[in-house]
Design a protein around this ligand. Structure first.
Ligand SMILES: Cc1cc2nc3c(=O)[nH]c(=O)nc-3n(C[C@H](O)[C@H](O)[C@H](O)COP(=O)(O)O)c2cc1C
Length: 161
């Protein structure tokens, strides 16, 4: 069983998940997806989908077992995570078999908070902005230990190694 982990992480959140996966399958890892039985595809969320880089990677995977993972700024909603997974899954073709998926929240850059605060200064009553600011604060601690443990449990359930 050979495993390839391909991911894109700009600020390190998605890398934290990739590190859990790589540690779990140490000794079976390959850098070449063509050489792998299972490909783990991970991305940060860019405008509701995989990053451009990972979209390209995903479209090149054929005939593999695939596990999709990622982080996103908007957290706490299984429905949103489900949507992100469905979009990523849509990048694969029918020759691929999806064996699992995992999403969790990931902290966002301070510039995002600054934008929210500036907008709230203009429109203090803006409910959507208030919720966004609250979500920003909640995201700051993620991925946390619990997020990483949950991923580890899901990997164990796959019984790959
Ligand atoms: C340009 C940009 C666009 C983003 N778009 C979304 C989005 O549509 N939905 C979301 O939940 N998070 C979005 N985020 C937040 C990131 O996906 C999130 O912080 C992620 O954990 C970053 O992962 P990384 O540290 O691996 O790069 C965006 C961040 C940036 C910088």
């Amino acid at each position: 069983m050979k495993i390839c982990v391909l991911y894109d992480s700009v600020t390190g959140n998605t890398k934290m998940l990739a590190d859990v996966i790589e540690k779990k399958y140490m000794g079976t890892l390959t850098d070449d997806p063509a050489d792998a039985d299972v490909v783990f595809l991970g991305s940060w969320t860019d405008k509701g989908s995989f990053s451009e880089k990972m979209k390209e990677q995903a479209e090149k995977i054929h005939g593999k077992k695939v596990f999709i993972f990622g982080t996103c700024g908007f957290g706490g909603s299984e429905e949103y995570y489900g949507k992100l997974f469905e979009r990523a899954a849509g990048l694969l073709d029918e020759s691929d078999e999806i064996i699992g998926h995992y999403y969790c929240q990931g902290k966002m850059p301070m510039s995002v908070k600054e934008r929210y605060v500036a907008m709230l200064r203009e429109h203090p009553e803006d409910k959507r902005m208030q919720v966004s600011l609250q979500n920003f604060e909640e995201a700051l601690t993620h991925p946390d230990q619990k997020d990483l443990e949950r991923l580890s449990e899901i990997l164990d359930e796959l019984k790959l190694a």
